[in-house]
Design a protein around this ligand. Structure first.
Ligand code: NAD
Ligand code: GLY
Length: 359
């Protein structure tokens, strides 16, 4: 097992990474837990529900299981209310532990429920998609969507542990692997040029879920995320660099409707767009832009964005949480392995869009 520690004011906790950790979930449940609430969805339940229940039964505490509908469309206030109603009807108290078993949708909504139920109960993230393992389960961002914007209602609320079982990735559809790999290579682009090169060299192994390669990629991604979150838990500065490609990506997701492109696919394409913008504004060498485009393509994500028209692009990007007073801020790369956040001249944005949207 490998362990990465996250140290933040909102709570320090371990990330455990190992095959078959699903069979050892009890070790992350504190002795003083009054009960355990396992929250999952209708896709993950038949795959991993039994093993998770069996491993949590070792704690010999009341265990309640809530199965939600699957999908981003259910990451809503309504589903949140379903969770609260379940918790209240089972008389779940403040000493309970919520265990979120699933991808980023389950992790985000269960985490927000944990943050708000009785003003906060402890929760454990058991992420089962690659994207959730390398990104959403770590760092304490929890949220639901609002009809006017994704993840607009939420809280920073840290889990007490993250348990990552690399074996569960074997049942993920290939598109979901590609989407998760987009977040993996993101860490190389913003913080670690050597890791970016390692990803280039190991891309086929990563796509094939080679045990050693994927475990290392998850470990390194979690280490880099833990570093950023440790420096800036509430995103007052540095943490914003984790949003490389997200300003473009969120615009794609909103324009096409949630679910048409996967979040990670939109981020992958958005990172190519951010690289073109970086070339325009900061002089990121063309060779590096092409390395980024080639790696995004190699992991299986789209590299050409939909043609929404410049005005629509700008309108959608202004909804981004980084925007201040209507001014859009972008994460840009002076070079691979280094990132900054800033506004850009509108001509540069126009050129970057023209180079990255479909004709
Ligand atoms: P997801 O949760 O929708 O999971 C993708 C699909 O895979 C779902 O159908 C799910 O049921 C299924 N699935 C999960 N595990 C599986 C497994 N092991 N085998 C087979 N199928 C499995 O999507 P996601 O990509 O994990 O997460 C996306 C969400 O995460 C978005 O809502 C996004 O806003 C959020 N997010 C949050 C953060 C954060 O910091 N909190 C960061 C990035 C993304
Ligand atoms: N996924 C971006 C963040 O956690 O800040």
């Amino acid at each position: 097992m490998s362990i990465v520690n996250v140290n933040v004011a909102g709570g320090s906790y371990p990330i455990h990474i190992a095959p078959n950790i699903l069979q050892q979930l009890a070790t992350s449940v504190p002795e003083n837990a009054s009960s355990i609430v396992l929250i999952t969805n209708s896709t993950v339940m038949p795959l991993y529900g039994d093993v998770a229940k069996k491993s949590l039964a070792v704690c010999a505490k009341p265990l309640h299981v809530l199965e939600l509908h699957d999908g981003e469309a259910f990451k809503t206030q309504e589903t949140l209310n379903t969770i609260y109603t379940f918790l209240l009807s089972k008389k779940v108290d403040r000493k309970a532990i919520i265990v979120a078993l699933g991808g980023g949708v389950i992790g985000d909504i269960s985490g927000y429920a944990a943050a708000t139920y009785m003003r906060g109960v402890r929760f454990i993230q058991v992420p089962t998609t690659l994207l959730a393992q390398v990104d959403s389960s770590v760092g304490g961002k929890t949220a639901v969507n609002h009809p006017l914007g994704k993840n607009m209602i939420g809280a920073f609320y840290q889990p007490i542990a993250v348990d990552i079982d690399v074996n569960v990735l074997k049942t993920l559809p290939p598109r979901e692997i590609s989407a998760g790999l987009a977040e993996v290579i993101k860490y190389g682009m913003i913080l670690d040029a050597d890791f970016f090169t390692w990803c280039e060299e190991n891309v086929e192994k990563l796509k094939a879920l080679d045990a050693e390669a994927i475990s290392y990629a998850i470990h390194r991604s979690c280490e880099l995320k833990a570093y950023v979150v440790g420096e800036d838990e509430k995103e007052t500065g540095l943490r914003a660099i984790l949003n490389l490609g997200h300003t473009f990506g969120h615009a794609i997701e909103t324009a096409l409707g949630y679910g048409e492109w996967l979040h990670g696919e939109a981020v992958g394409c958005g990172m190519v767009q951010a690289a073109e913008l970086s070339a325009q504004t900061l002089g990121l060498p063309r060779e590096d832009v092409e390395r980024i485009r080639n790696l995004v393509k190699a992991i299986g994500c789209p590299t050409q964005a939909p043609n929404l028209g410049t005005n629509k692009w700008i309108e959608l990007m202004q909804i981004d949480k980084k925007a201040e007073g209507g001014k859009i801020k972008f994460v840009l790369l002076p070079k691979i392995g280094e990132a900054i956040v800033r506004t850009v001249p509108s001509e540069d944005l126009g050129i970057a869009l023209s180079k990255t949207v479909k004709a």
